[in-house]
Design a protein around this ligand. Structure first.
Ligand code: SRM
Ligand code: SF4
Length: 583
């Protein structure tokens, strides 16, 4: 007779690591105390992610070190959460200072409105985390199988509603944070995580997990979970790429509630068609005071029904694909104990950022800056990091990190604009004035040299590719057209390349898959156009299409739409036909 234990599929090994970890402690502290190596134990590397830390090594020096029989150049990446991307000048100054103690001496603005510090030696991790806590920033749950940094439109354009929506964003973020005391024990000498009163009020209490982790329980989620909130017409958070989304429905300047979206995600694996990017489905409508409960219940549905056997199929998008959005809605309403209304109409126009000065509804000014690759670094003639520090020293408003890796100097009084402008110009932060439309519409994931999963260059490659394409854009008269181009060093999709009108995804060093045809509004995925192409082949492939676009496009027609109308690629209508050459 076959016993149950033989027929039960075996859970993924990470499930065991989580269960045995004593709520994310594992043997991390022992590993940090071991000065004979810069690394920590393999199982603990899975657990530090929940604390916002990834073990990495400098891949530029790997082979050289191997030749000299040296260990890899290990260090850690710390990701620091900023719900909605908002950061105070005081917080910026601390981040700048911390970056000085890291091997790469840079601040990275991520595609989810967070900070990353690369190159932290393990002995310095505690200082980094406790310094962040001093100014109410945390690395907790920046990574790992939990809900991550919740995104929100960064620019307070329609200020009244924006503030309300930002407050809900922060509530959702705080409510879904893990509660394990391990974080404060390990990094803060037992001191509490600094929370605002609002955050403290919404932390999860009785969500049936267990006593230590009321929401998540011992095994947390099957996989990472991502949430974004957007106020149409701006889709600059790429809401449909998120597991769960809230689209604000605003009427006569009043926030009525949100359309709830479920099941988005980008990551896939080359050659495995069971994995695919998927855009979220619009599920239902909820009122502002239901949003936190909706987020909690959706997370519990994924906790209870997500795939804990195959990690490649464990994201919520596959749960939605498997169980169907009707089932998800019914289950959500059962767990909430009430029905939700049907979704309302909304319109998104673009996923890009706005640059230059913009006046907000509160009479304050906001300056959108273009930060190539999100990398705040001092280079010859462009001391961006020093410049931002000088601005942070005098700025009285806030900063807003965007989902396109850019930065907004927010809430500036009219009287202070000239001072900010002078600093922006002095330190070369005014790139937005001269960059082409394509350059301003780019995203490149980090990739080499720090990312352990990179198959090809991305952040260090895309600027060169765009420079070469600019010659064609110039010839075609398209230099000011916003054509969304995104690249990643592997198919995981950190730069959301499948939502690029032009998408490049690394296959092997120097070779990329080229995708075309995503929607400018972020509502259609692109499609594979060429496989494994080199730099010159990418240019040769794009040149005739760009020239054709300049000549043959209809009034206002976007590049992605054009490539479909002219049959360069078929439109992808759903994630499950992303791989097929059909619409
Ligand atoms: Fe990502 C893993 C960087 C946004 C999908 N991502 C990684 C790691 C941690 C590599 C690793 O696991 O060892 C990368 C660290 C590189 C480095 O050296 O910094 C990494 N991801 C990034 C960032 C920094 C890219 C950037 O240039 O901005 C972004 C940090 C966001 C943040 O602040 O939280 C980042 N990652 C994303 C996004 C975009 C988004 O969320 O809107 C995605 C696609 C959306 C999604 O999740 O579906 C994304 N990252 C992944 C995946 C694939 C997940 C999947 O479903 O298969 C991995 C690999 C994994 O989880 O196994 C990954
Ligand atoms: Fe690394 Fe791939 Fe993400 Fe780029 S897309 S940062 S190469 S995991």
């Amino acid at each position: 007779m076959i016993s149950d234990s033989q027929s039960e599929p075996q859970l993924h090994k990470n499930e065991g690591i989580k269960t045995r970890s004593n709520y994310l402690r594992g043997t991390i502290l022992e590993g940090l105390a071991d000065v004979s190596t810069g690394s920590i134990a393999a199982d603990d590397q899975q657990l530090t992610k929940f604390h916002g830390l990834y073990q990495q090594d400098d891949r530029d020096v790997r082979s050289q070190r191997r030749k000299h029989k040296l260990d890899k150049a290990y260090s850690f990446l710390a990701r620091i959460c900023l719900p909605g991307g908002i950061c105070t000048p005081e917080q910026w100054i601390v981040m700048d200072e911390l970056a000085n103690y890291c091997a790469f001496n840079t601040l990275k603005l991520t595609t989810r409105q967070a900070f990353q510090l690369h190159g932290i030696l393990k002995g310095n991790l505690k200082d980094v985390i406790s310094s962040c806590n001093e100014v109410a920033m945390t690395t907790l749950a920046a990574c790992g199988d939990v809900n991550r940094n919740v995104m929100c439109n960064p620019v307070p354009f329609a200020s009244e509603v924006h503030q309300e929506v930002q407050a809900i964003t922060e509530q959702i973020d705080a409510h879904l944070k893990p509660q394990t005391p391990a974080f404060s024990e390990m990094w803060l000498d037992g001191k509490p995580i600094k929370l605002t009163v609002e955050q403290a009020a919404v932390r999860s209490k009785d969500c049936k997990g267990d006593e230590v982790e009321p929401l998540y329980g011992k095994t947390y989620l099957p996989r990472k979970f991502k949430i974004a909130v957007a106020i149409p017409p701006y889709n600059d958070v790429d809401i449909f790429a998120n597991c769960l989304g809230f689209i604000a429905i605003v009427e006569d300047g009043k926030l009525l509630g949100f359309n709830v979206t479920v099941g988005g995600g980008m990551g896939m694996t080359h050659g495995n068609e069971k994995t695919f990017p998927r855009l979220a489905d619009v599920l239902a409508f909820c009122t502002p005071d239901q949003a936190v409960a909706v987020a909690e219940k959706i997370v519990t549905i994924q906790r209870d029904h997500g795939n804990r056997v195959e990690r490649a199929n464990a994201r919520f998008k596959y749960t939605v694909e498997r169980l169907g959005k009707e089932w998800i809605r019914e289950e959500l309403e059962n767990r909430l104990g009430y029905k939700l209304e049907d979704p309302r109409d909304y319109t998104f126009t673009s996923t890009g950022d706005r640059y230059g000065w913009m006046e907000g509804a509160n009479g304050k000014w906001h300056l959108g800056l273009f930060i190539e690759g999100g990398r705040v670094v001092d280079t010859e003639g462009k001391p961006l990091k020093t410049g931002m520090l000088e601005i942070a020293k005098v700025h009285k408003g806030d900063f807003r990190l965007t989902g396109n890796q850019n930065l907004v100097i927010g809430n500036v009084d009219a009287a202070d604009k000239a001072q900010i402008d002078a600093l922006v110009e002095q330190y070369g932060l005014d790139g937005y004035k001269t960059a082409s439309g394509m350059r301003r519409s780019q995203i490149a994931c980090v990739s080499l040299p720090t990312c352990g999963l990179a198959l090809a260059e991305s952040e260090r490659y895309l600027p060169t590719l765009v420079s070469d394409l600019e010659v064609i854009l110039e010839e075609a008269g398209l230099q000011n057209d916003e054509i969304v181009i995104r690249s990643t060093g592997c198919p995981n999709g950190c730069g959301r390349p499948y939502l690029g009108e032009i998408g490049l995804v690394g296959k092997v060093p120097g070779k990329y898959n080229l995708y075309l045809g995503a929607g400018f509004d972020g509502e259609r995925l692109n499609k594979l156009y060429k496989t494994s192409v080199s730099h010159q082949e990418i240019i040769d492939a794009l040149k005739p299409i760009l020239l054709d676009y300049a000549k043959e496009r209809n009034e206002g027609e976007r590049f992605g739409d054009f490539t479909i109308r002219k049959d360069y690629v078929k439109a992808t209508t759903a994630g499950n036909n992303f791989h097929a050459n059909i619409g």
